[in-house]
Design a protein around this ligand. Sequence first.
Ligand SMILES: [Zn+2]
Length: 556
Amino acid sequence: MKSWILKDIDQEIEKIFYPYVKIKSDTFSEYERKIEGFLKDFFCSIDYFKDHLEHFGAYKIENDPLKRSVSWAFIKGNGEDTVVLIHHNDVVDVEDFKILKTYAYSPKGLERELIKMKDDLLSEAQKDLESGSYIFGRGTADMKAGGAIQLALIKRYTEIKNMKGNILLISVPDEENISAGMRSAVLLLKELKEKYKLNYLMMINSEPHQRVNPDIGILSEGSVGKMMPLIYVRGFLSHIGKVFEGFNPLNLLTEIVRRTELNLELSDFVEGEASPPPTWMYIKDRKYHYDVSMPLSVGGYFSILTLDRDPAIMVEKIKKISEDAFSDVIEKMNEKYKIFRKKTNKPFENLPWKVKVVTFKDLYDEAYKNYEGDFKRDYDDLFKEIKDQVEKGEISIVESNFTLIEKIFEYIHDLSPRVVIALAPPYYPNVANIYFKEIDHKGKELSKKLIAYAKDNLNEIYEREHFYTGISDLSYSSIRNSKEIIKSLEGNMPLYGSSYAIPLKEIEEISMPCMNIGPWGKDFHKLTERVLKKDLFDKTPKLLHRAISILLDWED
Ligand SMILES: [Zn+2]
């Protein structure tokens, strides 16, 4: 199995890991571009790439406000079979570090500081700190560790003479944001596939894995999907002294929130695995200054993780839940109104409100029916303006969605209360190897072989899961039902296809099984983020190298 490749690999990894962590590469910031320089220098220092300048580069992300690129390196061996290694090079910010911010990217210094305040840490973090078995720091686990392992292996692989198969390494920014890097990388994958006639066997990511049982490591053969339903509720304005003449949208939206938050009907269950139930991330009324009326409208969005279901089905479900919530709110309002009237000896009549829940597409179509070309022209003009603002980072994606919905309302005759359901970016398809009808036999047996290898050679117990639930760029390694997904995104995600694109057709063309093989890490995104040294320097590189050897048929 070309065992010389792994000789002193720990030193190779160490040389890459610490400088890689040192670069502050906060997601969606100009800092991410520093990584591109680092990787360029790294590839340029390797003889193979010096001789093959066309085999690595920085692939520009189109229309990116921060002008970022995807870094890549390709080792061309013999034949078509190709393994794709991906990792993300951005990290989340260090707000959590408070007074220790200056040490966030310097694991050794941070360790010294953490020891001084160890009594303030949670007991598990304290124990791990004292054990000396972990490396602490922003990005250590998530995921400069996995990145450094891949880079170290790539460097060694360039030394193989007459290598069987090909290896492509892709390092992307923006994973912690909306995966602009990976969505562009799909286009690069397609270009390289056509240029070199590649057969992509598998996409391997090296995100850190978490453990439920500390003795059992996890390999993932898929990745959870994610969608972000956006709910806009338009009420009917009234003075707060005349509440029964109005309809307060806050009342309805909060009812919808209650019924969707942690709602297990919106979780998927596949082969004994479950997607974590939905949670709300943002709610805001559309009132910009105080006055004595209720807000006219309010909006927010929540996140749904999926293992199986598509957006169209989820939107239907949310529609039904919203209708039930709407009807309940009206009923309760009527009950209170009845008592209110009775106590003042006035006759009672039901309030005029009716349940009305529509999708973004329904609302758009209604406005178009009313004003046709005039509406479309005005909408398109505003859309262009908004698109520019989004790309310049002057307006958030969510705010832009609300602005577009409000524009459409200008062309709607029926201004009675209603709920509008749309989808906000990002959208991550759910992917899993169990959904592949045909997988090359080497790929199909891979997790089984790796589990056996880990047990016999690394003295480690590993298990396989169908879905990585931490959300990862592996979501863009394949797609099912792309036609239906495109249809529901085109209709209900206002920014789809312009400011926010997912190359679904290209994903279909490059479609390949996937796997996550990464080190054990803890407390990602927190002050006590850490990675297990033993995995970083020893176990994970062996496991990853084994996987590549199996896939590319490298003999023992
Ligand atoms: Zn990550």
